[in-house]
Design a protein around this ligand. Structure first.
Ligand SMILES: Cc1cc2nc3c(=O)[nH]c(=O)nc-3n(C[C@H](O)[C@H](O)[C@H](O)COP(=O)(O)O)c2cc1C
Length: 356
């Protein structure tokens, strides 16, 4: 096994990464006023940069004030106050030798009326999530099928939020196309049953993602990164394979690879699991059909798992380990024995007490 990749540098377009380890995007639902996260939640990101992360992703930033928000207490990036707050965070992350990337998302049908200022729930098709909403104990509402006007309005939300991120001095922007949120809902036949140019074949289901990427790239300067996150699983109806087959998944990855993006971030529960009944994991299936740099995430918790994941990917991200262990980067470097954290342990993300 190649045993020494994690602490080698990596050139991601015009950015020099000091190692191959980063903090995965993690929503902390801490915003109280004007969609600005609590100061200690922002400080956490800077602290992880100081502790050795090469790349820091933000929590999923909500792209509009009408229908994009999926959870209470999420953040936005369109007001001067939001931008100024994040500018200071970005400067501190850069001063610590790391890159900052803003992830942005629209939740689509993963919402409930009270959580959005305008009380609307949108999706490619009027199909509800099957399971109950764990945050309300109620069924998710039936979403409105998005009209052409809605599609343009939502894309504009991504564009305005990307402009805010550029203004706030992020090194890059990530479009969240994973986990069963809006873009993922368009990509998957499970949630997209449209008969127009946005539904049907993989190419048509991909069209919405393409339009978002194209519009966002126009406002993201070439010297900034644009990444796209994808997954075969969603946070609700979790057991469903969103792509169903290797061919469907790889068709979407081929399309993505033709875009003006700088990396694909592949999100899994467990990076090592074989996917779609093949003998390959998600990173391997992505690499087979894409020349783009690949980030991989999912149960990477120690040096051995990081090195193994890096056989098939360029950068590894960790969520729970970086959340719960402030010294994770150093502990990986020294090869300390560590177990993967559980989802229950990760609920500390929502604590009011600052994390070390
Ligand atoms: C508290 C928490 C919040 C999360 N929020 C997001 C998010 O906003 N966007 C996202 O793409 N993934 C989110 N995730 C998923 C993580 O980025 C990551 O993919 C997942 O935790 C698996 O990696 P791990 O095994 O290293 O924790 C979240 C995970 C946790 C634990």
């Amino acid at each position: 096994m190649n045993n020494d990749k994690a602490f080698t540098p990596f050139q991601l377009k015009n950015f020099h990464l000091r190692n191959r380890l980063g903090v995965a995007p993690m929503t902390r639902i801490s915003s109280r006023h004007d969609s600005v996260p609590r100061q200690d939640v922002l400080d956490f990101l800077v602290a992880r940069a100081k502790k050795g992360a090469a790349i820091i992703y933000t929590e999923a930033i909500v792209t509009d004030y009408e229908s994009a928000q999926g959870y209470p207490g999420q953040a936005r990036m369109t007001t001067q106050r939001q931008i100024d707050t994040w500018r200071a965070v970005n400067e501190a992350i850069r001063a610590a030798g790391s890159l900052s990337i803003m992830q942005m998302f629209h939740c689509g049908r993963m919402a409930w009326p009270e959580v959005n200022p305008a009380g609307r729930s949108l999706a490619p098709s009027p199909i509800s999530i099957k399971q109950l909403n764990p945050m309300t104990g109620q069924p998710y509402p039936l979403p409105d099928e998005m009209s052409t006007f809605d599609i343009h309005h939502v894309i504009n939300g991504f564009v305005e939020t990307a402009k805010g991120a550029v203004e706030a001095g992020f090194d890059g922007i990530e479009i969240h196309g994973a986990h069963g949120y809006l873009i993922s809902q368009f990509l998957s036949a499970y949630s997209n049953q449209r008969n127009d140019e946005y539904g049907g074949t993989p190419e048509k289901r991909y069209r919405f993602a393409h339009e978002v990427i194209e519009a966002v790239r126009l406002v993201v300067p070439q010297n900034k990164l644009l990444t796209f996150r994808i997954s075969d699983w969603g946070v609700a109806d979790m057991d469903v394979s969103l792509f169903g087959t290797r061919d469907e998944y790889q068709a979407i990855i081929r399309l993505l690879s033709g875009e003006a993006i700088d990396a694909i971030s592949v999100s899994t529960y467990d990076y090592s699991l074989k996917a779609f009944g093949t003998d390959k994991n998600m990173a391997q299936l992505t690499r087979e059909v894409s020349h783009l740099p690949i980030l991989i995430c999912g149960k990477i918790h120690d040096r051995a798992s990081a090195e193994e994941a890096l056989r098939d990917a360029d950068i590894v991200l960790s969520g729970k380990s970086t959340l719960l262990n402030p010294d994770w980067f150093e502990d990986v470097r020294t090869g300390k024995t560590m177990a993967a954290y559980t989802s229950e342990e990760a609920n500390i993300a929502y604590s009011e007490t600052p994390l070390p």
